[in-house]
Design a protein around this ligand. Sequence first.
Ligand code: BGC
Length: 691
Amino acid sequence: MKPGYILLLSVLLAAVSCKEAAPVYKDASAPIDKRVEDLLGRMTLEEKVLQLSQYHYGGRDNKNNIPDSFGEDPKTVGSVIYSSPDKELAVELQRKAVEETRLGIPILFGYDVIHGFRTMFPIPLAQAASFEPELSREIATAAAMEASAGGVRWTFSPMVDVARDPRWGRIAEGYGEDPYLASRYSEAAVKGYQWDDLSNPRTMAACLKHYVGYGASEAGRDYVYTEISRQTLWDTYLPPFKAGIDAGCPTVMSAFNDISGVPATANHYTLTEILKDRWGLDGFVVSDWQGVKQLVNQGFAADGKDAAELAFNAGLDMDMMDNVYAEHMEELLKEGRVKMKDIDNAVRRVLGLKFRLGLFENPYPAEGEFLTPEALELSRKAATRSFVLLKNQGVLPLRTAEIVLSGPIADDRHQVLGSWHAHGVDSETVTIREAFDKEGFRLAAGAPVAVVCIGEKSAWSGESASRADIVLPQEQIDLLRAAKKAGKKTVTVISAGRPLDLREIEPLSDAILYIWQPGTMAGPAVADVLTGRVNPSGKLPVSFPLSVGQIPIHYNRRNPARGGQMGRYQDISSEPMYPFGYGLSYSNFEYSPVQVDGLRAKVTVTNTSDVDGDETVLWYISDPVASITRPCKELKFFEKKHIPAGQSEEFVFEIDPARDLSFPDQDGKIRLERGEFAVQASSSETEYLQY
Ligand code: BGC
């Protein structure tokens, strides 16, 4: 071939291969870190900063959060909080981002899918009462399947704030007062949302929130200062976050609270030192709604620009709804107040998740159904497992075909959905009355048993929904009085998003079933349990105080200097009305003495009744003498088993000293000290072990 032809041919080949060589970041087969670097290398500063910004589209469904207007919204942003039930808007936004922008970076759509998307499941506090984290894992998977079909691939859940003050409305959103219980639920929810493979388009990335210590809100008020010692941070508030990170959670939301003088939004110790450096978070941290600007209200930053600098340098990657990163980052960079390498690192974290979610390949909502029979069945099952039987003087299960049914919750379709009910639709809730109609129960005024269904409104708990008096309105309690007066046996069914003060209600009730806020299948689930088709097995994940004057009254307090009657209240009992772990069953369970053999503890539980039932054994450890005092006892393991009538089951707790006998110091360093430890199975006598 002549040299001229060879030249022409190679020019042509080069032109063809140039045209065909797609950028590495668009190559689905390239490793994610290569794709991230390739894309990052092509981005302008403005494009980078927009990846660190989150805006909002869709209906304003949260009264606490009214979005500011940002004028002409850019076509590419890192993320959008997407609260519209109509997925077409998401499709349109994504189409613009993917097709009409220079680099075609897809948007990450996030939303508060807290206990379901369209099918509503029991609120998280209720889920914790089942002591079955595997059920919550299934719930999270079902929620992800609906949400991904609605255009959402990132949920601001699970909320793993340990909460010990029932006045705080957000206690409804988490898993109660115990760090171990919350940790097990944290990992279950993360795994449930994410399956084992985030690139599956039916999954959602989880987001642990609110990091950290938000549950310590003073006096149960919301958004306020929190006084948390470093010891308590490590003992109580950090463990559920660590468990979620270990389970693979790629994102974390910083909290609104000021942690003993350094707000969580700009706290370098918690965000960078702990979360990123020690725990190795490979994804990113997003602020809570306008949390960055709120540093000004908290007296930590002078203005928005100052706030952006402080939050960003503390390790906060994405700014939710503040627009302060977009407004000030370029200037901050010019002034040397933030570094280019840190901006790049934050952008890497955000892009990394987008690649892991497969958004570049599958940017649009998945196909999928809502309210499938499987989802509804799961919702019903989870609800029945979460109910806690607080009192039963032989009236349950119902043995009569005639009842009187009263109270606002009997016909309710909305309050039982709880707060953060996403796209749950009232008309899809099955009411308690409808469920009893289906059972063929006769509702007759002369019936011997009154089922009185009372409770809180859904808006009485959740965000910015604190209550100083945690009682139900008198007109609801009057219904119980009326039933008693009419000589009925009274079954009180209580729906609430928090523990309530039940001092007035208890003596007026022959039975109390606490149903929390059970979701779409509230009615059938209540009927399942009241009729005895399902034997209740829930236990309280949080102590119920006798009165607000006792708060805080969690079970795992440290020992007092003087015991016995000393230091106790003079006017009321110092014990809670119902302690953590309390819950009755239609069966009777008897515990054998705990036996300890080396590091193995076991107990035999016998169902001495003629009703099959389920029992959860809660294993506690106490460390009576330690170089840093320990709580009087700590939950370290639990297990729930089905025990048929008349039969026994052995429950075993294999104690791992590094996991179960150790404790952190005030910087999280683990101490394992030899000595004597006490072991207890639920409320059994304690046994001792030497280590
Ligand atoms: C809440 C968060 C929520 C966020 C987005 C905030 O006000 O504190 O829990 O995820 O709004 O809706």
